[in-house]
Design a protein around this ligand. Structure first.
Ligand code: IMP
Length: 185
């Protein structure tokens, strides 16, 4: 299929982050986490659906003993959330009591999702609960919410690819692109 109209990146600018950059940073993050936790058995909790590819690459870069579980929360993104409350749509299969849990997220924007998720999961008494997020817009937003491990601080732009979607599209792009307003449909 050579028709450029079929290209999923049609209309997008050059990648903000290339595959090589993502992989290199993912390996660095994995080393940081292993340095902090040693060879401890970690429970990685992927936040569906955006963390899909990052979780796959990060878990393989970590090596050692890991278990993987998933959680899905209600998404209010792009809507005005009056309550700001995040609800669980798909819960974990595992009991996290006494476990070292690492939440794996694609992007932190306002930090609302993660702060609510932390509260919800702390109640279940994990031994530790940390967060690794590939991307963060925190600096742009001036949000001081703590994320232990961040791959890249990015500008306050809407991004897609490598798991991140716009209306469920673009997730399967191997790189991260800015989706500018004029391209939002
Ligand atoms: P927060 O609760 O404001 O931190 O938003 C986090 C969630 O919003 C992420 O898990 C994403 O699902 C979504 N999100 C935030 N920014 C973007 C973006 O630039 N592209 C795609 N999804 C985003």
């Amino acid at each position: 299929m050579t028709d450029s109209k079929m290209s999923p990146t049609r209309g997008l600018d050059d990648p903000l982050l290339t595959s090589a950059q993502i992989i290199q940073r993912t390996e660095e993050l994995a080393r940081e986490v292993r340095r902090d936790f040693g060879e401890t058995d970690l429970l990685l909790v992927g936040i569906l659906k955006g963390s899909l590819y990052f979780l796959a690459d990060f878990s393989r870069a970590l090596g050692g003993e890991v278990e993987i579980d998933f959680i899905q929360v209600s998404s209010y993104h792009g809507e005005k959330s009056s309550s700001g409350v995040v609800q669980i749509r798909k819960d974990l299969d595992s009991n996290i009591e006494g476990r070292d849990v690492l939440l794996v997220e694609d992007i932190v924007d306002t930090g609302t999702t993660l702060s609510h998720l932390r509260e919800l999961l702390q109640v279940r008494k994990p031994r530790s609960l940390s967060v690794v997020s590939l991307l963060s817009k925190r600096v742009a937003k001036g949000n001081l919410f703590d994320v232990e491990y961040v791959g890249f601080e990015i500008p306050d732009e809407f991004v897609v690819g490598y798991g991140l979607d716009y209306g469920e599209r673009y997730r399967n792009l191997p790189e991260v692109f800015i989706l500018r307003d004029e391209k939002l449909q």
